[in-house]
Design a protein around this ligand. Structure first.
Ligand code: FO1
Length: 387
């Protein structure tokens, strides 16, 4: 295992006037289209930035009023990312905007002979309306008869809740993998049923697994992320995260081209270490982001000094980053100084978060319902269009 280099800084290769008054096409964007007619539909949708109503474009805007990104790319992990994407879909519903989701596969695990891709499935089920809403993972109306039977046979591990409906997804994925299909092929095939309304692409078709280095009564060792996350509830401090085999992996087909062609790139409130951070470890993805012509806007996964869900705090402390909107902002870095971000959304409780080169905006970030998620997505789009 090599220590992961999460915050590798690569000098940014492009320089584009930030507040150019030229039309987007002159800036090589080309794909943005003035959509004045859609202002009324946006008003009707009431889910998107009100700046479209303004006759005067926002200050420093390089865009005409009413422009809307035609292609949005997001990096996404599990539950937080999926819920944000549901809001993003709602926000762009009245536009011809294509959303490409680059999904984390470091959480993948082989169990009982089945290949399970938790983060891909969470996005697929959530956007396909099949998710167990309270859990944020697995299927709604799920049963666990197979799990109980495996337990009766004394088969380990028993800490992983494998649902009967969910198993069908893993059987198809495993069969197709064994027949030589790529994870991209398989994800596309599974999405044909769920119709998530986005293009969901795994970060890589190569097998990458996040392992966690811990030390407990059984000594110092690496365990699979899922064992640390589910069985240990992240209570045993993680000493290190390693995205095993990431250094030998390549981005899945379409990942780099989507980033290169994007009008807007979003980092949803996913786990910045084991979700976004793992995706950034696939060689080529971070560089593509740094060189992309699209603005990159992130949404803080931390409100106050705690993650909204999950155990991002346990992950951040493992890499020496404070559990705060400021800490994650500094982890991602400012694009003008070799980092990733042009803009950063924080909750009002984190007002004052700042980093040179990043436009920080505050709005409520609790995704309590679809409207709240859409408002956050709209604010991210608005910020991206202003940069
Ligand atoms: N999370 C749990 O806390 N307990 C489980 O038993 C569990 C089972 C499970 C099965 C399939 C799946 O796709 C996800 C599952 N998860 C479970 C969630 C999973 O650990 C997380 O979704 C991610 O890996 C972290 O984002």
């Amino acid at each position: 295992h090599r220590a992961p280099a999460l915050a590798r800084k690569v000098p940014r290769a492009r320089s584009v006037p930030v507040h150019s008054s030229t039309a987007p096409s002159a800036r090589g964007r080309g794909k943005l289209h003035a959509c004045k007619s859609q202002k009324s539909s946006l008003r009707a949708a009431k889910l998107c930035p009100c700046w479209l109503d303004s006759a005067v474009p926002p200050v420093n805007s390089g865009f005409n009023p009413g422009e809307f990104p035609r292609s949005i790319v997001t990096l996404a992990g599990g539950i937080g990312g999926a819920r944000f994407l549901r809001g993003l879909k709602s926000c762009v519903a009245s536009h011809q905007t294509e959303i490409t989701v680059i999904g984390n596969t470091g959480d993948d695990i082989e169990l009982f002979g089945l290949h399970i891709s938790p983060d891909l499935d969470t996005v697929m089920y959530t956007l396909g309306n099949g998710i167990h809403e309270e859990q944020g993972w697995g299927r709604q109306e799920e049963t666990f008869v197979v799990r109980e039977e495996l337990k009766a046979y004394g088969i380990e591990p028993q800490w992983f809740g494998l649902g009967d409906r969910d198993i069908a997804t893993h059987i198809i994925r495993t069969q197709m993998l064994n027949s030589g299909y790529t994870l991209s092929d398989i994800t596309k095939a599974l999405c044909a049923r769920w119709n998530p309304g986005v293009q969901l692409i795994p970060m890589s078709n190569d097998r990458i697994e996040t392992h966690v280095e811990i030390e407990d009564e059984d000594g110092r060792r690496f365990i699979h992320f899922q064992e640390w996350w589910i069985k240990m509830r992240a209570q045993t401090p993680a000493m290190r995260f390693v995205a095993v085999n990431s250094e030998n992996s390549t981005p899945a087909p379409g990942v780099i081209s989507a980033i290169n062609q994007a009008d807007l790139i979003l980092l949803p409130p996913s786990n910045p270490v084991v979700s976004i951070g793992t995706i950034l470890q696939v060689p080529g993805i971070r560089t593509a982001l740094l060189q992309a012509s699209a603005p990159i806007i992130g949404v803080s996964p931390i409100i106050g000094d705690a993650p909204v869900r999950g155990m991002a705090d346990a992950c951040l402390s493992a890499i020496g980053v404070s559990t705060s909107a400021q800490g994650v902002l500094e982890l991602y870095g400012a694009r003008k100084h070799g980092g990733l971000l042009d803009g950063w959304l924080v909750d009002p409780v984190d007002q004052g978060t700042q980093l040179a080169g990043v436009d920080v905006q505050a709005l409520p970030l609790l995704m309590s319902d679809l409207e709240a998620s859409a408002a956050i997505a709209g604010a991210a789009i608005e910020l991206g269009c202003r940069i």
